[in-house]
Design a protein around this ligand. Structure first.
Ligand SMILES: Cc1cc2nc3c(=O)[nH]c(=O)nc-3n(C[C@H](O)[C@H](O)[C@H](O)COP(=O)(O)O)c2cc1C
Ligand code: SF4
Ligand code: SF4
Length: 315
């Protein structure tokens, strides 16, 4: 259990427990609160959550300093793509706040995120939170991740509905702007709670969704070919964006002739659908995608292609 001496009756951990702990950052500046936000994102929703949490935490810190007129120590919030650690054996993090932000896949967390958590060790004093986004049904996407940390680690849980990029259950185009607006308000409120280290409720386990996920994963992956992307070579212009975006380094660009190049896909696909949604020629589909769905592409409108590509640097 969390050290209850620091938990206030309103459900927040008292900030005084962090107040006297002044850290130094790489520039030798004093840091009062250090936060690392790890994220995985196919179409920008999770990156948007991470950016909104960072911006809101920084605003809260500024307000807090103004109110208390005590400007000793700053806040440092870093946003880190999870795929950077795909080849790492062990990850240690002692930051005050550690967040893991990810989309829901098949009523569960993505495998790449679970593999990251297997290698991660965090300090017992850290405020550790999970943040899952989903289109309609969360299932056990938070619960299963909680279990991976074991009973001795306190994990806080946050969730938000954002547009669904899964193609088969895609959000209606006309509903997307409202979903994004409502989602942003919720994320901002959550970020304030994260800054103040709120103690959240446990995410409940659903046996029903455990069973549904057991059928859904093989059906989507093997039956529909969710992890086997294919390209329409007549549409592809060989621009290479799909290769630059793939968080799993699963795409190669091969010469088709002396004039044209087209992607080929390996066996390490996470079905994030980044290549499919960002392809400027709508040339990528999963293996058995219905022709009716070809024109459905979703990208978070406030996340640029450059930000998505930059996340793949140094992997
Ligand atoms: C392969 C796949 C499976 C998905 N499964 C679910 C699901 O089980 N329940 C759900 O509500 N949304 C599901 N989604 C939708 C995503 O969780 C949602 O759109 C998320 O916000 C996308 O985040 P991102 O833009 O950071 O990748 C799925 C999406 C994909 C690509
Ligand atoms: S992003 Fe689309 S057009 Fe560009 S190389 Fe990939 S498949 Fe071809
Ligand atoms: S091949 Fe496409 S869907 Fe698969 S991991 Fe790479 S970007 Fe995502």
């Amino acid at each position: 259990m969390q050290n209850i001496a620091h938990v206030r009756s309103d459900g927040y951990i008292h900030r005084n427990s962090y107040k006297n702990k002044i850290l130094k950052n790489e520039m030798d500046e004093e840091i009062r609160m250090k936060a690392n936000l790890y994220y995985f994102s196919g179409t920008g929703n999770s990156l948007f959550i991470a950016k909104t949490i960072k911006a809101t935490m920084e605003q809260e810190h500024e307000l807090h300093n103004l109110e208390e007129k005590n400007i000793e120590g700053d806040i440092e919030v870093r946003i880190i793509p999870i795929q950077k650690f795909n080849q790492s054996k062990e990850i240690q993090d002692q930051s005050d706040v550690i967040g893991i932000i990810y989309p829901t896949y098949f009523l569960d967390a993505p495998n790449v995120v679970k593999n990251f958590v297997k290698k991660l060790s965090v300090s017992k004093n850290s405020y550790l939170f999970l943040y899952a986004s989903y289109g309609e049904t969360l299932g056990n996407a938070l619960h299963n991740m909680n279990r991976m940390f074991g009973d001795n680690q306190v994990v806080e849980n946050y969730e938000v509905v954002l547009p669904d990029n899964s193609i088969i259950f895609e959000s209606k185009k006309e509903e997307i702007p409202k979903m994004l607006e409502v989602g942003e308000t919720i994320i901002r409120e959550h970020a304030k709670e994260i800054y103040r280290h709120k103690i959240t409720a446990k995410s409940p386990y659903s046996f029903k969704y455990h069973l549904v996920a057991g059928g859904m994963k093989p059906l989507a992956r093997k039956g529909l070919g969710f992890t086997k992307m294919k390209v329409d070579k007549d549409k592809c212009n060989g621009c290479g964006l799909c290769k630059s975006l793939c968080p799993m380094k699963n795409i190669l660009l091969e010469e088709q002739s002396t004039l044209s190049k087209a992607p080929t896909f390996g066996k390490n696909c996470e079905s994030c659908f980044s290549c499919l949604h960002y392809c400027p020629k709508e040339a990528i589909t999963y293996q058995r995608m219905s022709k009716k769905k070809v024109n459905f592409q979703y990208r978070h409108p406030r996340i640029s292609v450059k930000e998505m590509v930059d996340a793949q640097r140094d992997i």
